[in-house]
Design a protein around this ligand. Sequence first.
Ligand code: FSX
Ligand code: SF4
Ligand code: F3S
Length: 363
Amino acid sequence: MLKSLPPLKATPLKDKLSKQGISRREFMKWTASMTTLLALPIQFSPLLAEAAEVADRVPLIWLHLAECTGCSESLIRCDTPTIDTLLFDHISLEYHETLMAAAGWQAEENLEHAMETYPGGYLLAVEGGVPTADNGKYLTVGCKGHTGLHIVKEAADKAAAIVSVGTCASFGGVQAAAPNPTGTKGVGQVVGKPVINLGGCPPSEKNIVGTLMYYIMFGRLPALDMYNRPKWAYGARVHDNCERRGRFDAGEFVETFGDEGAKQGYCLYKVGCKGPYTYNNCPTERFNHHTSWPVLAGHGCIGCSEPSFWDAMADFEKPLGRRDLHSLDATADRIGAVALGVTAVGIGAHAVASVFANKEDNS
Ligand code: FSX
Ligand code: SF4
Ligand code: F3S
């Protein structure tokens, strides 16, 4: 259906790719790997290529609310454009405060114009949490002084689909950390419509572009987990695909940052890694052209894709230990992660064994 609509952008995708020196062959390789990432059978690869080409028929409005813009940075920060960034550019971006040239009145007009021109037909991406206390007055945007709460409700009202990009938009993020004086909430809690949540502070560019591509291909949302995150991206624990998992299983832990274990690439659980409680594809997809991710860089996962991670996962450099475990543990059976309990026991056993080992060393 999209094919029959006129493109909203002047340059076709194939011209953009060839201008950047990306061959058709590389593009087809990308569609194959994106198809696999989306957990689709490889036969969907040509459909994905087609969807990428007609993405310029899809108007996208991208709002910035209470956040740090790291999500946009995650998507666009690279020295050479990748197919993901080119695709994002290819989608008809009608409004994006950081990327558009317009400012002031003109910027606001762009937003109003896009909402009027494509009612019910645009994708809405929101970056940042929504302050709701005192009727939202802790965040106002633009010359008219509208609150973020007002803007997001209005834009959501006429959107074909809504994507919360990042943990702030999904669950409130750092702004919603206790005591949350601004009453910040996730978009899904204020708009009264289904919202797809891309947890992560920030999420990877693959998870953002993959979600947009999925919607363009099928015109509907993908299978979601209990927190409305796409299962293809958030269906597995960080811990299950971590390259240090063998060290964890062998009971080889970093005891303090900079020790011999750290140099050897031992498991970071005892210096606070929350990979066992966190669902995301960071170990397999990584960030910045697939170069690295937190654990590879030497720090534990801080659980940034989970609701209330700022409160629930603290202290970031200490294990949760036997503290009341956060909601994921309590509802582990609901999300089918029965193995989580077994692993929690495993962690306890390793930690205890290693405490005894230390005691013996010291005695
Ligand atoms: Fe939040 Fe995105 Fe963290 Fe920042 O904007 S998810 S603070 S990386 O940028 O919203
Ligand atoms: Fe990797 Fe962290 Fe799990 Fe250790 S605890 S294996 S560092 S995810
Ligand atoms: Fe966040 Fe943990 Fe990935 S901190 S970026 S979910 S490794």
